[in-house]
Design a protein around this ligand. Structure first.
Ligand code: BGC
Length: 770
């Protein structure tokens, strides 16, 4: 098959080729686990700045949070994703010198990731202390068809010598330290000691139980196929595979290893215990070869692209950048209903592997519209932590409903800094919003009845108890929500954050909507959850009376009650090196000023397009753009979508390009810690909600494209109401094709478009920017 260049991420194309950054860019994952693209010999260890390792989504350790002053209800434990031994690790022994003991020089010659299939190919040139040179090529992929499998093939060739080389493959049983030399809260804050090595006679196997968590992982690898030269030996009491090679220049030796992971506690509870699991895996590996395993995984990848690809004609770099983001989103998302999407995917230790609102507000739309099964699994994870969320609400003095943790893995709050953590109670409404979107788009009524309704009602109950009726200036009897932090983390603990109030209002409205629907369709569900008429009225009343702050003089939506009284921070005259501000100012300094880290009130304008007309949006946009630093990677995508809505194609395009190429260009300067998964979801939002102007309104699916002059063609597919629709936009026309499902009517602006069968329907456009 011809290689499509726009599915390739070639090293030469990267702007920042530093090892820690490329380790992230080329990290491979499958939602369950991820491997950073380390230097496999970690050869220049004195200078090695990389941060190699394997991350298993949801596999974390607990350690007590040490507070100088500890108050009631503060979270007790850190939850830190475990950084496990690097499965790419390999030892070469030449002239009696081992590459893990005496660093060999390792130069990266080439790297290429084929996103279409998920195959990573890397070539290194290795020079021993005695100046013997070899090339080492790694071909690796993370299996998309078997979530417990990672496969790597090593190819070795001598360049300037003939002689003996020993290859040793063992677990890299080294604790990776997670550097946190500065005060950057975005990085992992600690590293965790790993557990014990478990050694059955015939395979290098490692059992890792994290310190206090109940979780254990059994890691093992085995040579794929059978090669009589491959021996199991024990070196320094560490079991490993060893093969003695006689290399001559030009002669190629190849070995492939399968790397398998099982959950030790799951293995103990099912009939097959760890020994049985190891035996079965070994047998399987004997029968396998690289090509077969790769084909199964690559097919899976191709299916992903069939549904989720976005094609842009006119800018190959951008096309690649978009695919890169979609590829990583897919690699990042847990698919097992017990894990979510860590903010850095499974590509690094940043943010300690925690799940945030990032999933619901930035990434879920992509999954809902293109991979609804994954969206469902992610929301089911949120359902699975309802008990912890209930407990958390009690700790906050709220007797009814749940409060989701701001950041977590196991469902408990893990944020030690509550002003930018627990106080972001909007997470409740974010989860409810995403649940509603999922149900609206997929019409998955089973999910509504078995999971979604309980989440929506439980979060709605929280608002009734957390907010109160009060007077707001001349407005009497308004529902107000005090002492919260909105999305903008440069403003904390305020009263009536617009975004929070608007989202809480929506949460209450949708609780009423579904309660009324289920009253007719499944009244027992209401009874089971104790929802009665009185409560439905209380939800409705609070929503109707929700206070939404507005500045009458400036005619803008006010971020919160206190914002007009704070001086404006002089962003324009702040030296460039002082950004992000969070690394240069104490939080309290920032809180005193009007300065935003990211979209906040505008996030509400983005989510509720019918709340405001265009002049209002324009005023909000102009005002908030001036005070926003975009220090959070979650900001630009929203500004891009809204710029399209106010018909400012230049801004829409520029913000978009920053989101689309953020990690590939290391725009935020911290891609080394892992990808910016929310921003990657933001790329999809900017394209589909922004440039294609898609919206799932009450009428149905509507498109209002704003097509930038830089492009020739944009096309993508969405799943909606059990259909799949392909949308192709060009300057002069938009084409809709019903690919799957019964006839349906959609909208191009106000115009109804009937999609009856697979014949494309072409609409000639008017009024588009060209
Ligand atoms: C942002 C949050 C986000 C978190 C994780 C922070 O910098 O301000 O909105 O949830 O990063 O991505």
């Amino acid at each position: 098959m011809a290689i499509d260049d726009q599915y390739q991420i070639h090293l030469q194309k990267l702007t920042n080729k530093e090892q820690p950054v490329t380790e992230t860019i080329y990290a491979l994952g499958n939602g369950h686990m991820g491997v950073r693209a380390s230097n496999p010999l970690q050869g220049n260890s004195d200078h090695y700045e990389g941060n190699p390792g394997l991350f298993v989504n949801g596999f974390y350790d607990l350690s007590p949070i040490t507070y100088g002053e500890r108050y009631f209800g503060y979270p007790r434990n850190n939850q830190t994703i475990a950084q496990l031994p690097d499965p790419r690790f390999l030892i070469l022994e030449i002239d009696g010198v081992r590459s893990d003991q005496t660093p060999f020089r390792v130069e990266t010659i080439d790297k290429n990731l084929d996103m279409e299939t998920g195959l990573l190919v890397e070539t290194f040139r290795i020079t021993t202390p005695k100046q013997k040179m070899l090339t080492l090529t790694l071909q690796s992929f993370m299996s998309q068809s078997d979530y417990h499998l990672y496969v790597v093939r090593y190819e070795i060739r001598a360049l300037n010598f003939s002689g003996k080389v020993t290859l040793l493959k063992q677990h890299n049983y080294v604790n990776q330290s997670i550097p946190n030399s500065n005060e950057d809260v975005r990085r992992a804050q600690r590293h965790n000691p790993l557990g014990q090595v478990y050694m059955p006679a015939d395979s290098p196997t490692m059992l890792i139980e994290t310190q206090k968590s109940q979780l254990g992982i059994l890691m093992m690898f085995h040579y794929l196929g059978s090669d009589p030269r491959m021996k199991m030996v024990s070196r320094n009491n560490i079991p490993c595979y060893e093969v003695q090679l006689d290399l001559t220049p030009g002669k190629l030796e190849q070995f492939a290893f399968g790397y398998s992971l099982g959950n030790i506690h799951a293995l103990m509870t099912v009939e097959m215990g760890p020994d049985f699991y190891i035996k079965k895996t070994l047998e399987r590996f004997h029968e396998q070869n690289f090509a077969k395993l790769f084909e199964a995984s690559a097919n899976h990848m191709r299916h992903f692209w069939q549904d989720s690809d976005i094609v842009i004609d006119g800018d190959p770099t951008l096309q690649r950048g978009i695919r890169f983001n979609l590829f990583h989103l897919y690699q990042a998302a847990g698919r097992d209903s017990v894990t979510d999407v860590p903010a850095k995917g499974v590509t690094g230790p940043g943010y300690e592997g925690h799940y945030f609102w990032d999933t619901e507000m930035y990434m879920l739309p992509f999954f809902i519209y293109t991979q609804p099964e994954i969206a469902k699994a992610l929301l089911t994870y949120r359902f699975s932590i309802l008990d912890e969320a209930r407990q958390h609400a009690r700790e906050m003095g709220i007797e009814n409903g749940v409060l989701y943790p701001w950041r977590t893995i196991n469902g408990e709050e893990a944020s030690a800094y509550y002003p930018a953590g627990t106080a972001q109670v909007h997470i409740n409404a974010d989860i409810a919003y995403a649940t509603d979107l999922y149900i609206q788009v997929t019409q998955d009524m089973d999910f509504l009845e078995n999971y979604g309704f309980e989440m929506i009602v439980s979060t709605a109950r929280f608002w009734l108890a957390f907010g109160n009726y009060g007077e707001q200036g001349k407005q009497k009897n308004k529902f107000v929500i005090n002492a919260v932090t909105g999305p903008d983390e440069y403003t904390a603990l305020v009263d009536n954050n617009y975004y929070t109030n608007r989202m809480a209002q929506n949460n209450l409205f949708i609780a009423v909507k579904y309660a009324k629907q289920l009253q007719k369709e499944n009244p027992t569900k209401l009874a089971d959850l104790g929802v009665n008429e009185e409560e439905i009225v209380a939800f409705q009343t609070a929503a109707n009376k929700m206070y939404l702050p507005y500045d009458d003089d400036l005619q803008i939506k006010m971020q919160d009650d206190s914002s007009p009284n704070r001086p404006v921070f002089d962003i324009a005259n702040e030296p460039r090196e002082n950004f992000p501000l969070l690394l240069h100012y104490h939080p309290l300094v920032l809180y005193r000023y009007r300065v935003n880290k990211q979209a906040d009130t505008l996030m509400s304008d983005f989510l509720f397009p019918f709340d405001q007309d265009e002049p209002q949006l324009q005023r909000d946009y102009d005002y908030y753009e001036k005070i926003t630093t975009h220090d959070s990677s979650l900001s630009r995508a929203i500004f891009s979508v809204l710029a399209n809505r106010i018909h400012n194609p230049e801004k829409a395009y520029n913000y978009f390009m920053d989101t689309a190429l953020m990690d590939l260009t290391d725009l935020q300067g911290n891609s080394a810690d892992g990808i910016h998964a929310a921003n990657m979801g933001g790329t999809w939002l900017s394209l589909i909600y922004g440039f294609a102007g898609m919206h799932a309104g009450i009428n149905g699916l509507t498109f209002d494209p704003q097509f930038p002059s830089e492009w020739l063609f944009l096309s993508f597919k969405v799943k909606y109401h059990k259909r799949q629709i392909k949308v192709a936009i060009q300057r002069q026309e938009v084409t809709f094709t019903l690919l799957v499902g019964k006839p349906i009517n959609i909208f191009y602006r106000e115009q109804e478009v009937e999609l009856v069968n697979s014949t494309p329907v072409i609409i000639h456009l008017t009024g588009l920017q060209v």
